[in-house]
Design a protein around this ligand. Structure first.
Ligand code: SF4
Length: 291
């Protein structure tokens, strides 16, 4: 169990090391192929099945009803798809109801992962990428962390948040007494922008359908936006991260909180306290005890 240090995080720098003592991982799912899973889901949809029963392996509470609200934002799945020359990132995907099982969520995510791997809507990014970076974690997670875009390490590995910023995010998650396997981590863009520049608005529009559908499949109770780019993309606002912090928003049925990106913390360590303050609020609302 993590202990909050005097500056709010573990250890002397506020993000102290923890031993690899991850709790048991939820969600080992069947080995059916994406094709067979897709056929199964399409068959169900053809039969008029819209909601699937859910067998939870992670306790999901309800988002606090008394959350201070910022403003309501768009529903998951409300994708903008301006480029008619590329296949729409939607596919034949029946909507999942709130009682969908982890296996159903995983099936939809596998379908999406394959669509992302084949996507070339942003031709410049697709031509330069080594891997698409879809996302990772628990498909039944209560909490999703949404970042901006892959960097060099993520492009090379195909996994989100594995570089220095990713290691810092792992420490933040562990300071919250959670593990990466208990949450879900994804980015707005699935392909690395050159020189780690910010995503172009057109690229965000191109990729919106993917991250919206990821969130619609997972149906998290909470979303934590990491940095201005992620927050502005999800909430469709141009407000600064400084103004977005300290407020609650909603996205579909999820409560949304915004904080600084771990990359920013690497350049500005003094902001770790602000992030920890945000995490304490988030964990409190999730019912996670930090001491
Ligand atoms: S960033 Fe997203 S929309 Fe653009 S090519 Fe990659 S997967 Fe496709």
């Amino acid at each position: 169990m993590a202990r909050a240090g005097k500056n709010g995080m573990n250890g002397k720098d506020g993000l102290g090391d923890k031993a690899d003592s991850a709790p048991a991982v939820d969600g080992k799912y069947g080995a059916a192929s994406p094709r067979s899973l897709k056929q199964r889901l399409e068959s169900l949809a053809d039969s008029g099945v819209q909601d699937l029963p859910r067998a939870r392996t992670v306790a999901r509470g309800r988002a606090p009803s008394a959350l201070p609200q910022g403003r309501a934002v768009g529903q998951p799945g409300a994708a903008l798809r301006p480029d008619a020359t590329q296949p729409e990132p939607s596919g034949a995907q029946p909507p999942l109801g709130p009682q969908a099982s982890p296996g159903d969520r995983m099936a939809l995510l596998d379908i999406l992962r394959h669509e992302v791997a084949a996507c070339r809507r942003c031709e410049d990014l697709a031509s330069a990428r080594t891997n698409t970076v879809f996302g990772s974690g628990n498909p039944n997670a209560r909490l999703c962390f949404l970042g901006e875009a892959p960097g060099a390490d993520e492009d090379a590995s195909g996994e989100p948040f594995v570089g220095r910023a990713g290691q810092l995010l792992t420490k933040i998650i562990e300071a919250c007494t959670l593990t990466r396997d208990q949450v879900y981590i994804l980015n707005v863009l699935k392909c690395r922008p050159p020189d780690n520049r910010r995503p172009e608005p057109a690229e965000v529009i191109n990729c919106r359908g993917f991250f919206e559908r990821q969130l619609a499949a997972i149906q998290p109770e909470f979303i934590c936006c990491l940095g201005a780019s992620a927050a502005q993309s999800l909430l469709e606002t141009d407000e600064t991260i400084g103004k977005l912090r300290g407020r609650w928003f909603t996205h579909g049925t999820a409560a949304v909180i915004c904080t600084y990106h771990p990359s920013y913390l690497l350049r500005n360590p003094s902001a770790k306290k602000d992030v920890w303050d945000d995490m304490k609020v988030l964990m409190s609302c999730m019912g996670v005890t930090l001491s």
